[in-house]
Design a protein around this ligand. Sequence first.
Ligand code: BG6
Ligand code: MG
Length: 211
Amino acid sequence: MKYKGIIFDLDGVICSTDEYHYLAWKALADRLGIPFDRERNNLLRGVSRMDSLEIILEKAEQSYTPKEKAAFAQEKNELYRESLRQMSTADLAEEVRATLDALRAEGVALAIGSSSRNAPFILERIGLSGFFDVVADGNCIAQSKPHPEVFLKAAAMLALSPAECLVVEDAHAGVEAAAAGGFDCAAMGDAHDDARARWHLHSFAELLSIG
Ligand code: BG6
Ligand code: MG
């Protein structure tokens, strides 16, 4: 592994919370009579809660006040957190756990770079609280992906330069953020074919054969 540090996105990379995001947004959109499907959901990957809501409301037939929007975001988050509360260490795939352990054994610094404000809670649910060397998340940034702030913050916390780090992402917004910050990126899932990524992973374990 030629990288000294790896910065992982959380939702859709370390665990499958991206599906819970979709189900919670879908319930809200259905209640409001706004068209929303899995394809549109891909636009929300990596994007902050309020920016995600704005993307959903682009298809609404009426406009909403800032107060109504804040209530919608809260409603979605409560639904989402109900799903998170059901999660346990069984929701951390063995492949992910084994790969993280192998990278750590190689001496690679491991970080989280997520737009989510729920990141600490999710890490706790899947048994990874305290596992990563640093966690940069939605609670410590002003601009979410595709802005590179969260990755730059994670690299700074690791005391590494962007050139020394690899970002692992499942979102086009995240691949764009990595490129904007000067990071190499390994893309997987929805972003697998994104041409801005240096590496294209078919599985999480493929990280072990990079560089
Ligand atoms: C990102 C997800 O990790 O976090 C986005 O990919 C989500 O879909 C964003 O909107 C914010 O999450 P949260 O938990 O703060 O609402
Ligand atoms: Mg993601």
